[in-house]
Design a protein around this ligand. Structure first.
Ligand code: ADP
Ligand code: ASP
Ligand code: MG
Length: 476
């Protein structure tokens, strides 16, 4: 028996069906035998968070059909899960009562939004949080019914955040205190806490969320709060792979990956791990693994401290792609003569709320090019034209413009600094695949290179770079 705490987070697909929840119960029953304390963190059932948010957004526009459909879907899926997974009739009725109360909360919130014609970020968080709040109740009842005494816990009681709704920032010291205080009695009573991922609350008790995909981050935070030995992220693929298996069918599991590498992957779109998950676990020296709920005997991926490239590794360790961005360029002969111009550009863009995933180096000295999420492009162009109106009048800036939608394909290359010619090999591969490279950029932590290509070239680019993840034959 391990004398420490294990945090296990199950993603949406891992609790998305009756069969999946049965797998979770099996995994939990082994874990409670092996670890002194176990905490389960659960996402909402697959697809639920998106449906909840779509209902709220549509309600704000005066459309109530999504609300009604989601209402029916929530009842059907959660009731069915309780019916199939909870045999004890008293326990089943108790679970139904709790689920009905939460679904009623959804209907009330939905109607309030419909009447007001507005969904504030605060209201959206209250709605989105319901997915996890429902899931943990089903899971706790099912685990208890299977002989593993468990209790549903809303992380609103554990994770205390600021009021930056939809991307709230946790206050670690308050959260550590709360978590220990709330979960301690459960551990003492041999009860397995099943905690909602994704959500928290302000010090005043108003529900917040940590951002989409944030349940991984919740698991990391609880790991730190409880000084856990390990945090295991259970998902629907065999760990972190050389590419999204949905994009590259020959993607392979990466057995071990450094924190920096996985941070780069997560930042550049590998949805398998939320980007904020990594930092708290490295800082607390906690072992992090990514495992497959549907193939639990597979060793998955183990995250490690930084290491140098191993002999026999490919030049590139993994490839990711982010869609839904556009390149914005400011160009003009006099531009770089204007003092502080870059600083002004980026602070103006930051004021729109747009994150800039990439700034290119490929641009000529007479222009600056960077990527922004598509939904921000119009606003970014507008504010830049306004901010730079004097330079535009003086003809120091000739043009501010945006491309069509493009894709950022990122190659994570651990040994980039030691191995000469990584970029050369990448561009050779691009040329062979007849891909037109629109821009390039180095990752901030020097373990990645990003290439911007058109949407039409995405698959060819991923395939060409993914080929370079194959182990080398000693010719490097
Ligand atoms: P969960 O609901 O378990 O949090 P997510 O959908 O958030 O699952 O993340 C898992 C998905 O991430 C996989 O199904 C896969 O399609 C996608 N993915 C993207 N890039 C990678 C990668 N490099 N390795 C593994 N999975 C990836
Ligand atoms: N349920 C949330 C989402 O879909 C959080 C998560 O799954 O990590 O974004
Ligand atoms: Mg996820």
């Amino acid at each position: 028996m391990k004398q420490s705490t294990l945090i296990m987070k199950f993603g949406g697909t891992s609790v998305g069906s009756i069969e999946a929840i049965r797998q979770v119960i099996g995994i939990a029953s082994s874990a409670v035998k092996e670890w002194r304390e176990v905490v389960i963190v659960s996402s909402a059932f697959a697809g639920v968070t998106s449906a909840l948010l779509a209902s709220a957004v549509d309600a704000a526009r005066g459309v109530d059909t999504t609300l009604n459909e989601t209402w029916q879907m929530l009842i059907r899926r959660h009731r069915e899960a309780v019916d199939q997974l909870v045999q004890d009739s008293q326990r089943r009725s108790a679970a139904w009562l709790e689920i009905n109360a939460l679904i009623e909360e959804f209907v009330n919130l939905g109607h309030a939004i419909l009447v007001l014609g507005e969904a504030t970020p605060r209201a959206l968080d209250a709605v989105a949080a319901l997915g996890e709040r429902l899931a943990v109740r089903v899971l706790a009842a099912a685990l208890t019914d299977a002989g593993i005494p468990a209790a549903a816990v809303d992380a609103t009681q554990l994770i205390i955040t600021n009021d930056h709704y939809q991307a709230a920032v946790p206050d670690m010291s308050l959260s550590v205190l709360q978590t220990r205080q709330m979960l301690g009695p459960l551990f003492a009573g041999q009860i397995l806490p099943v905690v909602t991922g994704f959500i928290g609350a302000t010090a005043d008790g108003v529900t917040t969320t940590l951002g989409r995909g944030g349940s991984d981050y919740s698991a990391a935070l609880l790991g730190v709060a409880l000084e856990a030995g390990e945090v295991w992220i259970w998902t629907d693929v065999d760990g972190v792979m050389t590419a999204d298996p949905r994009l590259a069918r020959d993607a392979r599991t990466i057995t071990s990956l450094s924190y920096r590498e996985v941070a780069e992957l997560a930042y550049f779109g590998a949805k398998v791990l939320h980007p904020k998950t990594i930092r708290p676990v490295i800082e607390a020296d906690i072992q992090l693994r990514v495992l497959n709920t549907f193939n639990p005997s597979h060793p998955g991926t183990c995250l490690t401290a930084d290491h140098e490239a191993l002999p026999g590794e490919g030049i590139i360790k993994a490839v990711t792609a982010i869609r839904g961005v556009q390149l914005v360029t400011l160009e003009g002969r006099g531009m770089l003569g204007v003092p502080g111009v870059a600083a002004r550009i980026f602070s103006t863009v930051a004021n729109t709320g747009a994150t800039v995933p990439l700034i290119t180096e490929a641009s000529s000295e007479q222009s600056i090019t960077f990527a922004v999420p598509m939904e921000y492009t119009r606003q970014v162009l507008k504010v830049l034209e306004h901010e730079m109106r004097q330079e535009i009048m003086d003809r120091n800036i000739d043009r501010v413009w945006a491309t069509e939608e493009v894709v950022i394909v990122t190659a994570v290359c651990p040994g980039m600094r030691q191995r000469l010619g990584v970029a050369g090999k990448m561009f050779g591969a691009m040329a062979e695949a007849q891909v037109n490279v629109l821009a390039i950029a180095h990752g901030s932590s020097e373990v990645s290179i990003s290439i911007v290509v058109s949407v039409a070239d995405m698959e060819a680019t991923v395939a060409a770079l993914h080929h370079l993840t194959q182990p080398l034959n000693g010719d490097d």
